[in-house]
Design a protein around this ligand. Structure first.
Ligand SMILES: *Cc1c(COP(=O)(O)O)cnc(C)c1O
Length: 406
């Protein structure tokens, strides 16, 4: 597929694309695992025609899998109608998606939605929200958790609880403190000088780590008591993945704000900040914006994805996926599997040995994409559309993978 006079030659050899990647792409990215050219449902194909079962789904993004006709139709027809208008104008898909998010988050009539283009931008918006919760001026501290991930831009990086990611870019935002994910640490750190507490209900990038029992409920009590915003980062856990629209809905609490991205539009870039209650009154006109944020194209994609999740019962399916994958992994009975973490279709495997990279590489070789989030954790986040055929394929490939590595 070579386009004349243009460097779009896709059917190239392995050496060639690796070389081109190394030459042209910024050195901030690690070497890619493969060159993918096409996807359909839960499968992707590489440049050599090899097929993979995609159980990472673009890191919990491709909720409907690849090339889903509902998303293809929505994006195609919107781009042919009105793709972009800027913040000087409203558009029907934008309002529809904002209203839909108010409904499915439970924020209701007191909810407000800000659209942007990625997870890290949603976190940036939430940091600005936190700065507006000043109190008498002394409310300047922000708490986040050790081992958390909130993004890579300077504000969100300040919150990210991984020193190795932060250190090369210091000095970062002042006033941010990383605390352990324990009720005791939270109780010790919080007082009336805290503007906001940022929490991931499940720490996805850290290897799908669950919070201790009761932590979210206590965080809700303490933030309420001290006038701090409770801001949940559901960029990875949201949009049906954990078996409810949002993970917090299984904990019985309500946050003051929610940051969303990844799965919302099934691969079309989008992010959102959703506020609840009094937090909806903090921003005033002109205080934040984004050229692309909430454009008709991205929000039409969001409406299509969220509409299809609802129509096809994919939230219920996420719960079934979770139960089934956990059964399959447990039944393989490998000594490498020390624990199974996460909720619904966000599955973490804690390994008994630091062989996550070997497992991910072997799986790729066999035609299965899973993710090594660190030395001893495997993350699995399949599309929410999968069923028996994909479960069986996973069982076979992952069994072979674990046998080969142990
Ligand atoms: C992916 C992710 C982000 C960052 O989102 P980007 O779209 O990559 O900027 C932030 N928080 C969590 C929990 C994430 O999983």
């Amino acid at each position: 597929m070579t386009e004349q006079g243009n460097a779009v030659h896709i059917n190239v050899g392995e050496q060639d694309w690796r070389q081109r990647f190394g030459d042209a792409m910024m050195g901030s990215l690690a070497a890619p695992l493969a060159m993918l050219v096409r996807g359909e449902g839960a499968h992707v194909w590489d440049v050599d025609g090899k097929r993979y079962l995609d159980f990472l789904a673009g890191i919990a993004v491709n909720a409907l899998g690849h090339a889903h006709p509902v998303l293809v139709d929505a994006v195609s027809s919107q781009v042919a109608t009105l793709a972009h208008v800027s913040n000087y104008f409203a558009s029907p898909p934008q309002l529809e998606l904002a209203e839909r998010l108010r409904r499915i988050t439970g924020a209701g009539d007191r909810g407000r939605v800000f659209f942007c283009n990625s997870g890290t931008e949603a976190v940036e918006a939430a940091i600005k929200l936190a700065r507006l919760n000043r109190g008498d001026g002394s409310r300047t501290r922000i708490l986040s958790l050790v081992n958390s991930f909130h993004g890579r831009t300077m504000g969100s990086l300040s919150l990210t609880g991984k020193p190795a990611m932060r250190e090369p870019f210091e000095p970062l935002l002042p006033g941010v403190e990383h605390i352990d994910s324990t009720v005791e640490a939270l109780e010790a750190a919080i007082d009336d000088t805290v503007a906001a507490v940022f929490i991931e209900p499940i720490k996805g990038e850290a290897g799908v780590l669950d919070l201790p029992e009761g932590f979210l409920a206590r965080a809700r009590e303490l933030t309420q008591e001290h006038g701090a915003l409770l801001i949940l980062d559901e960029i990875q856990t949201g949009v049906g993945r954990t078996g409810s629209w949002f993970a917090f809905q299984q904990s019985g609490i309500e946050p003051d704000a929610l940051v969303l991205a990844k799965g919302i539009a099934g691969g079309v870039p989008i992010g959102a900040l959703v506020t609840f209650g009094w937090a909806s009154d903090l921003f005033t006109p002109g205080q934040h914006g984004s050229t692309f944020g909430g454009n008709p194209l991205a929000t039409a994609a969001g409406n299509a994805v969220l509409g299809e999740i609802e129509r096809a019962g994919l939230i219920e399916n996420a719960a079934i996926i979770g139960t089934t994958l956990r059964e399959i992994i447990a039944s393989i009975d490998s000594p490498l599997v020390a624990e199974i973490r996460g909720q619904g279709a966000l599955v973490g495997i804690g390994l008994s040995k630091p062989v996550a990279a070997e497992i991910a590489t072997k799986a790729m070789e066999l035609g299965l994409i899973v993710n090594a989030t660190n030395d001893s954790s495997i993350r699995i986040a399949p599309p929410l559309i999968i069923g028996d055929a994909e479960f069986e394929e996973f069982r076979e490939l992952f069994t072979k993978t674990l046998e080969a590595v142990s």
